[in-house]
Design a protein around this ligand. Structure first.
Ligand code: TLP
Length: 346
């Protein structure tokens, strides 16, 4: 009990299980730069089919997946419409400007959820004074929004706007697996509203490395070019694709457990002094809560939790994020609640 470490910093921290390592060891491989890795090819075909898309491309990371997609859809000097709290805006090292040469047009969403009206109003008129709108991006689940699920009806309305203006629509679906498991909405159903989607295997699914982008054959051809340009050709990457295939079969369905544990944790800590959290707002595996600064200092709470083995990050001056995942058990949740109670009730 004393030495327990509960690492709630991110679901990216999951390590491959013994069974996953076994699957990786047995993977058939070839040179993927030549399109000859049978395991990568099988993964790409499987996920393209799952999403109802023509083709897919295995990429090294979520950032790489988003960035090759932005590149494939846009021309330098254009603008991409995206929520102001999106991962693409905040945590991708300025890559839209650095790599694709586009600027972001950030919208003031409600916990990451933007509306069709906001998107339509942000599309630039054709006039030489303005940058030209090149792409619209959504995020589902929304990380800074606290693991929010983007409502399907709003996706449908935004997709209709995108089609009306003949603009491509991209999804940062790093955690689309979580949204799909929680809502019962299939990837195919989500997929029909987007021109491209990126999904990560290295978060809740527990694979060590890898993400994927899906879209039309032409889109994937362009994305393949940019993946090569950004050094993402990974040769015998079948070892990694085998982990992703294992994760799809064995870890995808269990994401519900992560959501259940996040809700229990949120419900238990919401009533503690100094914590502002509506447990009903927790929809998947991410909990973001606010602290009352006059009672609790976020950095200080994170430090005190860490001293007792509960690891997490601040997510702003008065915000803290907790993420449940494959390695977090019911006992870890109980222990975390006890530690919170000890710190905040003393
Ligand atoms: N998110 C990480 C950090 O970068 C914040 C995390 O711990 O949550 N899209 C979304 C919505 C993400 O949350 C992330 C990673 C990515 C893209 C990037 O994926 P990677 O880390 O594989 O490049």
């Amino acid at each position: 009990m004393k030495n327990r470490i509960v690492d709630l910093r991110s679901d990216t921290l999951t390590r491959p299980t013994a069974e996953m390592r076994e699957a990786m060891m047995k993977a058939e491989v070839g040179d993927d730069v030549f399109g000859e890795d049978p395991t990568i090819n099988r993964l790409q075909e499987t996920v393209a089919e799952l999403c109802g898309k023509e083709a897919a491309l295995f990429v090294t990371s979520g950032v790489q997946g988003n960035q090759v997609s932005i590149n494939a859809h846009t021309n330098p000097g254009q603008e991409i419409i995206v929520d102001k709290n999106a991962h693409i805006v905040n945590y991708e090292s300025g890559a839209p400007a650095l790599l694709a040469g586009v600027q972001v047009h950030p919208l003031d969403g409600n916990n990451g959820i933007i509306t069709a009206e906001q998107v339509e109003a942000a599309i630039r008129p054709t006039d030489d004074h303005y940058p030209q709108t090149g792409l619209i991006c959504l995020e589902n689940t929304h990380n800074r929004g606290g693991g929010n699920i983007f409502p399907l009806d709003e996706i449908q309305r935004i997709s209709a706007v995108a089609r009306k203006y003949q603009l491509p629509l991209h999804l940062d679906g790093a955690r689309l697996w979580n949204a799909s498991i929680e809502t019962g909405i299939s990837l195919k159903e989500y997929g029909q509203y987007f021109d491209s989607m990126m999904m990560c295997f290295s978060k809740g699914l527990g694979a060590p490395v890898g993400s994927i982008v899906v879209g039309s054959r032409e889109f994937i051809r362009k994305a393949h070019f940019y993946r090569k340009a950004y050094g993402g050709g990974i040769r015998q990457g079948g070892i990694l694709a085998a982990a992703a295939l294992y994760a799809l079969e064995h870890h995808w369905p269990r994401l519900k457990d992560d959501h259940r544990r996040a809700r229990i944790l949120a419900t238990e800590i919401a009533s503690l002094p100094g914590i502002l959290l509506d447990p009903e707002s927790v929809q998947t595996n991410i909990i973001i809560f606010e602290v009352e600064p006059e009672k609790v200092e976020a950095e200080d709470l994170v430090r005190q939790l860490g001293e007792r083995g509960v690891l997490c990050f601040t997510f702003g001056p008065t915000k803290i994020r907790l993420v449940t995942h494959l390695e977090i058990t019911d006992e870890d949740v109980e222990y975390t609640v006890e530690v919170f109670q000890k710190i905040l009730k003393e």
